[in-house]
Ligand binder design. Structure first.
Ligand code: NAD
Length: 457
């Protein structure tokens, strides 16, 4: 896979999470000597024997394929040896006030400045950070080392579930730096990706077409803001689709058809118009809140964004209200929740709507059984003790009064719903993702309700 022009860069990535590890594997695949540094010893030990710390399609194969270029390290004293570029990809979780907690980032910087005393590196922030962090990072580095660092912001846009493909075939790259030396290094690092001159790995979804990837060069501040703006816009599209769905529920119309019409308008675009029970995950909830908080701090009330967040918070409870209307009360009802991860294709439960939904079902007196194809064990540690966990979807539905689909795992659509119908006590299905075949379900005898999808409510 080595780059055609033959640049080989020594990179250290701090953080072996979804972003850090995926970036590291992608850079190793295209020929760079890549070291991953994490403070989590167990993760590093696992990675050394080829074990990915999370589920992501193609990742284990890629770890294997790129192993000659990959090293894993938990000793800070060895993490930055010979590095030309250090990328920071640690978590920036929300603070209680809704801002971004930069504690991990500054710990990482401290490790870098304490242990890399003999040569200068390009420090690239890949973590999502508030505007102004780049210049604070620069000041921190300068104070700690007495040297002016090379700094850049290269925010990440990968989607979990497609992380590696998104990293190897991105729609755009962002190089936030005004320093020509930093730009040159970034261009060398990403050259095979920009020119798409590497062999596409067979175990990943193949790119539709391969053309040069645009790399937008801008200030650090623009790069930092662009990441928040992109996530805020996508979240707004989802909340917009959900509001149209809520109107459909009242006046009739099928939100799927309405959004198909919108989606074919190239000014709008078809993606992220899927109505349902709202977004979750480690990025959209935290990034929308952080941008709202950043704006507020500067005295600007970002009204559109506040509404996006409010709609999303309400949306996950609307499906519970729908369910309750079928029974009058949820007290003593057996409800099977299908899917726990925040979306299909990942094992990530961070800010997953399922957690709020199950807590609310329990507080309204329901007895909950939950199924998920990949996240059952992890969910067990986060859910109330009396929630029954079931490793077979069909088994989970036995004796249930209703099923509530929370995550759009394809296997739920493919389930033998005739068998489920025979084993359930009542045949109510609330499809929180509009993912099931409602014609088939109605034919079998289910009382089906989606989000903005069927009839008047
Ligand atoms: P993660 O929680 O999966 O991984 C973070 C990793 O950093 C962990 O393995 C942790 O042990 C390690 N770490 C923490 N402090 C460290 C330190 N001082 N030194 C070394 N390692 C340290 O996080 P993630 O989902 O990969 O997200 C990372 C950043 O990227 C966040 O800012 C996030 O907002 C952003 N982002 C995430 C996604 C996504 O889909 N997950 C997409 C785009 C951007």
């Amino acid at each position: 896979f080595s780059s055609k022009r033959g640049y080989i860069v020594n990179v250290t990535i701090i953080g072996s999470g979804y972003v850090g590890l995926t970036t590291a594997v992608a850079l190793a695949l295209i020929g760079h000597r890549t070291r991953v540094y994490d403070i989590d010893n167990a993760k590093i030990e696992g990675l050394r024997v080829g074990r990915a710390p999370f589920y992501e399609p193609g990742l284990e194969e890629a770890l294997q394929a790129a192993q000659a270029n990959l090293q894993f390290e938990y000793e800070p004293s060895r993490a930055f040896e010979n590095a030309d570029v250090v990328m920071i990809a640690v978590g920036t979780p929300p603070t209680p006030a809704g801002g971004a907690n930069l504690g991990y980032l500054y710990t990482a910087l401290r490790d870098l400045t304490e242990h890399n005393t003999n040569h200068d590196v390009l420090v690239v922030t890949k973590s999502t950070v508030p505007v102004g962090t780049g210049s604070n990072v620069s000041a921190f580095y300068e104070q700690a080392t007495g040297r002016t660092p090379l700094i850049a912001s290269a925010p990440e846009f990968l989607r979990q579930g497609r992380a590696l493909a998104d990293t190897l075939y991105p729609e755009r790259l962002v190089f936030g730096t005004r320093d020509p030396r930093a730009l040159t290094l970034l261009r060398e690092l990403y050259e095979p990706i920009i020119s798409q001159t590497f062999e596409p790995p067979a175990y990943l979804p193949q790119p539709q077409q391969r053309s040069t990837v645009p790399a937008i060069e801008c200030s650090i501040e623009s790069a930092e803001l662009a990441k928040y703006a992109a996530n805020a816009f996508l979240a707004t599209k989802i909340s917009f689709a959900n509001e149209i769905a809520n109107v459909c529920d009242l006046v009739g119309g099928d939100v799927q058809d309405v959004m198909a019409v919108l989606g074919l308008d190239s000014r709008i675009g078809a993606q992220f118009l899927q109505a349902g029970l709202g977004y979750g995950g480690s990025c959209f909830p935290k990034d929308t809140r952080a941008l709202a908080q950043l704006s507020n701090r500067e005295g600007y009330s970002f009204k559109l964004l506040s509404a996006t967040i409010e709609v999303n918070n309400d949306q996950r409870f609307r499906v519970i209200d729908k369910l309750e209307r079928h029974f009058g009360t949820l007290q003593g009802k057996d409800i099977t929740v299908l899917g726990l991860t925040f979306k299909a294709g990942t094992d990530d439960l961070r800010d997953a709507p399922s957690l709020d939904i199950i807590a609310e079902l329990v507080s309204r007196g329901a007895r909950v059984t939950a199924h998920d194809p990949v996240a059952l064990d992890a969910a067990g540690k986060m859910l109330p003790a009396h929630v029954r966990l079931c490793s077979e979807a069909q088994e989970a539905l036995k004796g249930a009064d209703a099923a509530l689909l929370v995550t759009e795992w394809p296997e739920y659509r493919a389930l033998d719903w005739r068998a489920a119908q025979r084993s359930m006590r009542h045949n109510v299905i609330i499809d929180g993702r509009n993912a099931l075949d409602h014609h088939l379900l109605a034919e079998i005898g289910f009382v089906y309700e989606g989000v903005g999808r069927v009839g008047r409510r």
